[in-house]
Ligand binder design. Structure first.
Ligand code: PLP
Length: 393
């Protein structure tokens, strides 16, 4: 009998991929399915980025690259951070990653072990908790509250830190809620972190360029007093509609950079070379497609929030970032996951149940509005028919 190490019994996953598979299966059976489940832009990668990748292959960039990424790309990341935030980050601290996710994988591996506590947002991206449990560390859920616009509360987050806390995970703009934590709250949080000098901070800023209603993303890089223990997770997946390219970047504190580089050398060696050339084109080329995509998401956001608030038993606060809405469905009488799966099977609308994002996700659905306005309207109409007629199972 094979004996896989015990920690694999504790590793989780993302239900979004299972729902996508089920939705595709139903479509194969001839059913009409509208997908509001998966978290990826429904736009194509802008053509100049695709062309740069093709050119790099024609130019012969077929070999290994440095494990931390090619220098021109690391320099382009530094320049981009400077352009967007006015902050200096040395290219020596930038590491190109195979997607944003691997940064959280590495950071949690670096700080998670039995006896350690890691604080993470709940509802939040499911891989945080999955990886914390995998390492044997204790996951400490930081409740993101609807009445707080699903933003972090500095006071509550700080109250969860103990002498055992090794890592604090922050995510704004947030998946699955669209919550954006305002600067004043982050100022307070960082001030409070001075009392916890041994706590590393992982700030997942992958949706940093997607905010609405005048809300501005506040990067944690803006606080020099925590830079020696701050890990930034960012990348191209969402901003440039490049989820399938597997391209992201981390900014590591000097102290952790070597550890991250060694993890890369021990696992994936380096990032696909042509994807890195595409990454340069994305950062240094025209940004109008980013602005156009965010504008389109904003239009759909308004449509989806207005529509959800008209559904029987449903209320939805306006998300301030990312491309998700997180409606409260507790008054429909349905448990969230049962509602999500029955909506998929009977009404042909794929959503995710809030509990896929943590214990505090009960009573909510996650709606990804990365779909056309026409499909969103159709989905809302199907949900309305369903909730008006279908008895609670
Ligand atoms: N962080 C958050 C909050 C996300 O929602 C996602 C993707 O859905 C990621 C990280 C991972 O991004 P990538 O596809 O670049 O690995």
């Amino acid at each position: 009998m094979l004996q896989v190490v015990e920690s694999f019994g504790r590793i989780g996953e993302e239900n979004a991929f299972a729902v996508l598979a089920r939705a595709q299966e139903l479509e194969r059976q001839g059913k009409s399915i509208i997908s509001l489940g998966i978290g990826q832009p429904d736009f194509k990668t802008p053509p100049h980025i695709v062309e740069a990748a093709i050119k790099s292959l024609r130019d012969g960039h077929h070999g290994y690259t440095p494990a931390t990424g090619i220098l021109p790309l690391r320099e382009a990341v530094s320049a981009d951070i400077h352009k967007r935030h006015g902050i200096e980050v040395s290219p020596e601290l930038v590491m190109i990653m195979p997607g944003g996710k691997v940064t959280m994988f590495m950071a949690i591996l670096m700080f998670g072990e039995p006896g350690a506590e890691i604080v993470y947002p709940d509802p939040g991206f499911p891989i945080y908790r999955s990886m914390i449990e995998f390492t044997g560390a204790t996951p400490v859920a930081d409740h993101m509250r609807e009445q707080n616009g699903f933003a972090f509360s500095a006071e509550e987050t700080l109250a969860r830190l103990t002498p055992k806390t090794r890592l604090l995970i922050l995510n704004s703009p947030a998946n699955p809620t669209g919550g954006v934590t305002p600067k004043a709250e982050i100022d307070k949080l960082v001030a409070g972190l001075e009392k916890f000098p041994n706590v590393a901070i992982l700030s997942d800023e992958i949706y940093g360029q997607m905010t609405y209603d005048g809300y501005v993303h506040q990067t944690l890089l803006a606080y020099p007093q925590i830079r020696n223990r701050l890990i930034i997770l960012d990348g191209w997946s969402k901003t440039y509609a490049m989820t399938g390219w597997r391209l992201g970047y981390a900014v590591w504190p000097r102290l952790l950079y070597e550890a991250a580089r060694k993890l890369a050398v021990n696992s994936y060696s380096c990032i696909n070379a042509s994807a890195q050339y595409a990454g340069i084109a994305a950062l240094t080329g025209p940004q109008d497609s980013v602005a156009a995509m965010v504008q389109e998401f904003d239009n759909r956001r308004k449509l989806v929030v207005a529509g959800l608030n008209k559904l029987p038993g449903v209320s939805c606060v306006s998300p301030r970032g990312a491309f998700y809405a997180f409606p409260n469905v507790s008054k429909t009488g349905w448990k969230a996951k049962a509602l999500a799966s029955t909506l998929l099977e009977e009404a042909g609308v794929a959503t995710l149940g809030g509990p896929d994002f943590g214990i505090y996700g009960e009573g909510y659905l996650r709606i990804s509005y990365a779909n056309s306005a026409e499909n969103i309207e159709k989905a809302l109409s199907r949900m309305n028919d369903f909730l008006s007629t279908r008895k609670v199972a």
